[in-house]
Write a new protein. Structure first.
Length: 384
């Protein structure tokens, strides 16, 4: 009986989170998967819950498919809606299908809110006309008046696809270890080109400082964490902390600088050969090309301007790089770390040999990533 309640509780919590986040790309992936499992197991209660949440998601979201591209209507207080295109090709489950072909033993880590963590979902942090960008906060349960270091968690997906579900499992585990974690959505290339994502994420950092007292955030100890494209963005936040050009929007009386960076398999130099070589065929533009709206050949300046390596200085924060065995995903890392050495900035490099990109989503590598991250943050923030 206890196991049954625990299982149905998991379906119910996942359903509430999907509805509150309006993650329409999870409808065909997550709930059809659960429904099939429930039918195979002859579990009518689980099947009923899956069907109910699928209807709730469909009722709350208007969408149309064109391949993997989805157009979503986000409804606000006005009678009209903000139409948001989405590329739903990259999800935890699409990553799992690819990973299991290479490593059948790999296990996708799913959401599981620890008992000592409180979750706040669907918080609007930026309004762009009728478009509302939301974030979720995971805060350790602790005595009133205690403040915690915080981590902005940035998902990847080639600056084009992905959503916050890709970083929630890590956010939950980090929160259980004493960090306030924040998982913001941001505009992807199908909605807005560079530097829209940077502007959104810097706004999210300023939001964290503006709302620090409500969520127990220590504003002097904020880190950015990102995976793949999110790792590039996390590093960009780190090296541009003192550049106000990207600070646009709300909370401008607060800083968007971060005091530490965790880059998980994200590139650092778009002009590196390991990046530009994927943009040779005009009929198959690279993810970076799609984000910038122009090829490297036609405008190398914007590719350089968007590279975290272009802004490394003596004010850049400590950084840790956690990488797979696929070198092109961390293009420019060696040159980047050489610059950090020149400025005597503390950094760490950890490579998981033989691993595939997206390793951080799966056990046994999820635990290694969590371990490297917490040890690094504990050290630079002098926590333990």
């Amino acid at each position: 009986m206890q196991l049954a309640l625990k299982k149905y509780g998991l379906y119910f919590r996942q359903g509430l989170r999907q509805v509150s986040r309006n993650l329409i790309d999870s409808t065909p992936e997550l709930w059809s998967r659960h429904l099939k499992q429930a039918i195979i197991a002859s579990d009518p209660v689980a099947a009923f819950l899956c069907v109910c949440f699928s209807f709730l998601l469909a009722a709350g979201t208007a969408y149309s498919y064109s391949g993997s591209l989805v157009t979503t209507k986000h409804h606000g207080t006005s009678n009209s809606a903000a139409v948001v295109p989405r590329d739903t090709s990259y999800t935890p489950y699409s990553a799992a299908r690819k990973m299991h072909k290479l490593f059948p033993f790999a296990r996708l880590v799913t959401e599981k809110l620890p008992s000592k963590v409180r979750e706040y979902s669907g918080i609007v942090y930026e309004k762009l006309g009728r478009r509302k960008l939301c974030l979720n906060v995971f805060k350790p349960r602790g005595p009133e008046g205690r403040y915690y270091p915080a981590v902005l968690m940035i998902y990847g997906g080639g600056w084009r696809s992905g959503d916050t579900s890709l970083v929630v499992p890590m956010a939950e585990r980090l929160a259980a270890k004493g960090f306030v974690t924040v998982t913001p959505e941001y505009r992807l290339s199908v909605e807005a080109l560079y530097p829209a994502a940077v502007i959104d994420l810097k706004t999210a950092v300023r939001w964290m400082r503006a709302n620090a007292s409500h969520y127990s955030i220590d504003t002097t100890r904020i880190a950015s964490y990102g995976c793949s494209a999110g790792g590039e963005l996390a590093s960009f936040l780190g090296t541009t902390g003192d550049i106000r050009h990207f600070d646009v929007g709300e909370y401008l009386d607060h800083s968007s600088a971060v005091e530490a960076v965790v880059n998980v398999d994200g590139l650092l130099d778009f002009t590196d050969i390991n990046s530009t070589r994927y943009d040779k065929n005009p009929d198959k533009p690279s993810a970076a090309h799609l984000w910038f709206g122009v090829s490297y050949r036609n405008d190398p300046g914007i590719w350089k301007a968007a590279s975290p390596i272009s802004y490394v200085s003596n004010s850049s924060p400590p950084m840790v790089f956690i990488n797979s065995g696929q070198k092109h995903y961390h293009a420019g890392r060696d040159k980047f770390t050489s610059k950090l050495k020149e400025y005597d900035i503390y950094h760490e490099v950890h490579t998981l040999p033989g691993t595939h990109h997206t390793f951080w989503l799966f056990q046994p590598w999820f635990q290694e990533t969590l371990g490297y991250t917490t040890k690094f943050l504990d050290k630079v923030f002098k926590l333990r």
